[in-house]
Design a protein around this ligand. Structure first.
Ligand code: M6R
Length: 599
């Protein structure tokens, strides 16, 4: 995920030290390139693909004049591969202004076309580069820097946290819309960052910028204004956690932080891809994709469960599709032709089993599509088409936010492949982020975890879209608690697994809505309840399942994919809190790795 740092200090201060410390403080977010700009005249811009240490080596060789004002950035690629030229900051042609940006500018293509037609040459593939050129247009019209900055921001659609410095100026200008920005108020200068860890070692006094607000930061003062230019009253808050906790933003573990990042990850995943009016899913990445015959999705672990969600929807919408564990995929036994489509679902884009399957599919001449989180990953590079899930970096070994984003992305892929056009579906996708937030705000998963921390085993059951969620609930729990957990299709319980259940084996049942599937799952619950087995119902209150449950984990009453994504969040929290109760190594469970690069 991209990170921003900015510093404005008194003349004798050295911005470079602060910027490099800030970039180091942002490294935990994951990135593929880094850069800084100092507001000298001309502006000094240095950027490098790779780690902050590569940038530091380049700076050590550069003959830099000391400067007290600057901005820096760590980039997580979204538009264009990781490279020196795509790294931020970006400047206009004359080097009058340098800009760093987090988020996605949705209308960048039309702005780029307009600027190109006006004779502007672009140096990068990024959406960001339109911003310095728009600002420079304002300067050329005779506007002051602040007005040129505001005028440029007004033209942007999408999400952004943006900071800009001007040649020889002692001011940093910033703006935010749906991407976080926080100001640090120090004794010897002011700070600006996408996240507090970037400057926590200098100050714990912060002002959080709200959507639509602008900040003008000089060595002596900070002024926050609204879109109309009116000054906004703000409150300075004190950060309670210290530098050591910084990467986790105050959470005890990355896993919990990433669970809480899901509403935002979903919004990023959907951004610019839904048309509310027509009900169409607009995945430009698939515009020229053609295929015939069954679609095969290959994946491992959590990604396989997301693939099952994708297949369930494809089948419901009339497309012949199947999900295969990548390690079991064998191009010789799966009839592939040049018109077959093979979809690799992989957060990291590097999983060896999934890559082998995709390479076999490529060799067989099939069309391949990667649904991945990592720009420039092996899957992204080697497949014919890519859809990015845009979850941002996931540090914890346990996949959480990537699963939510995979489900949303695969719902869009399934709709695009089946030609489905439905305003109800678009609304369902739109409702996911708020539904997750509601679960996060109200969940009693911690009490449930305390009640069952010593259970012998945990079983999870669900039907339809809730079946892969039941499997995922079990995987998450076993992975981080080291306790036995299994997921089953609810109807399968009576065909064997029922022999396992007892008073020490709680059954977590996913039941939403009041239709046929819910009724049948309630029937399965009655089978376990009658045997004295504790039942935890994950439900939206639409059925009478609560009558048979010892505990209830509530989700908002929503249909389809929104309901199952929200239900999964309750199970993530149960797994997290059981592991917490048992004192497990939550972010790095024993024997496991984040990216499994062996077959
Ligand atoms: O990077 P990938 O999505 O290809 O990884 C696949 C699995 O290794 C992964 O989902 C694994 O199951 C998770 N860490 C479980 O939380």
């Amino acid at each position: 995920m991209c990170g921003i740092i900015g510093f404005v200090g008194p003349q004798e201060s050295d911005a470079l030290d602060v910027l490099l410390d800030g970039l180091a403080g942002l490294e935990y977010r994951g990135y593929d390139s880094a850069g800084i700009a100092l507001a000298n005249s001309p502006i000094d811009v240095h950027k490098r693909q790779g780690e902050v240490s590569s940038l530091e080596s380049a700076l050590a060789e550069a003959d830099l004049a000391s400067e007290s004002v600057g901005i820096g950035h760590t980039r997580w690629s979204t538009h264009g591969p990781p490279s020196d030229y795509n790294a931020h900051p970006h400047t206009d042609a004359e080097g009058q202004v340098a800009v760093v940006h987090n988020g996605i500018i949705e209308n960048y293509q039309s702005l780029r076309t307009e600027l190109s037609e006006g004779g502007i040459h672009f140096e990068s593939d990024t959406d960001t580069e339109v911003v310095p050129h728009l600002i420079a247009q304002g300067l050329d019209q005779g506007l002051e820097p602040e007005s040129a900055f505001r005028q440029a921001i007004e033209r942007l659609e999408g999400s952004y946290a943006i900071a800009a410095v001007f040649e020889g100026s002692d001011t940093v200008y910033a703006a935010r819309h749906e991407s976080p920005l926080v100001l640090g108020i120090g004794q010897d200068g002011h700070y600006l960052a996408s996240d507090v860890p970037a400057f926590i070692e200098y100050t714990d006094q912060v002002i959080y910028l709200e959507d639509g607000e602008f900040a003008t930061i000089t060595p002596d003062h900070v002024r926050i204004t609204d879109a109309a230019g009116e000054t906004v009253e703000t409150t300075v808050e004190t950060i309670e956690w210290d530098a050591e906790d910084a990467g986790k933003s105050g959470y005890d573990h990355y896993m919990l932080k990433e669970i809480h990042e899901q509403p935002n990850a979903i919004r990023e995943c959907l951004r610019g891809r839904l048309n509310e009016l027509t009900g169409r899913i607009e995945l430009e990445e698939l515009a020229d994709l053609t295929w015939e015959g069954p679609v095969t999705l290959v994946a491992c672990g959590t990604s396989y469960h997301a693939a099952m969600v994708g297949v369930t929807l494809l089948n419901r919408w009339g497309v012949d599709a199947r999900a295969m564990l990548a390690s079991e995929f064998d191009a010789a036994s799966v009839p592939l032709t040049e018109s077959s489509l093979v979809v690799g679902v992989t957060q990291s884009g590097e999983t060896a089993d999934t890559m082998r399957a995709l390479r076999e599919a490529n060799r067989a001449g099939a069309t391949t599509l990667a649904v991945t989180n990592v720009v420039g990953s092996s899957a992204a590079r080697e497949c014919d088409h890519v859809v990015y899930i845009r979850a941002g970096p996931e540090i914890s070994v346990a996949a959480t936010k990537s699963f939510a984003s995979q489900q949303a992305a695969l719902t869009m892929v399934a709709a695009a492949l089946s030609g489905r056009r439905s305003r109800e579906l678009v609304q369902s996708l739109r409702s996911i982020a708020d539904a997750i937030q509601q679960v996060l705000d109200t969940s009693c998963a911690r009490e449930v975890a305390q009640a069952y921390r010593d259970a012998d085993a945990y079983f999870f059951i669900g039907r339809g879209l809730h079946y892969p969620v039941a499997l995922e609930g079990a995987l998450k729990l076993k992975e981080i608690t080291y306790k036995h957990a299994e997921g089953f299709a609810a109807g399968e319980l009576k065909h064997g697994p029922l022999a396992l259940v007892g008073e020490q084996t709680p059954v977590f049942a996913l039941v939403t809505g009041d239709g046929d599937r819910a009724e049948k799952t309630i029937g399965n619950i009655k089978e376990v309840e009658a045997r004295g087995v504790p039942v935890v119902a994950v439900t939206d209150g639409q059925s009478d399942v609560e009558r048979y449950a010892d505990h209830v984990l509530e989700v908002p009453a929503l249909k389809g994919i929104a309901s199952s994504v929200a239900a999964n969040v309750q199970l993530q929290l149960v797994a997290y809190w059981v592991a917490h109760e048992l004192g497990r190594s939550i972010d790095k469970p024993r024997h496991l790795a984040k990216s499994v690069t062996v077959e």
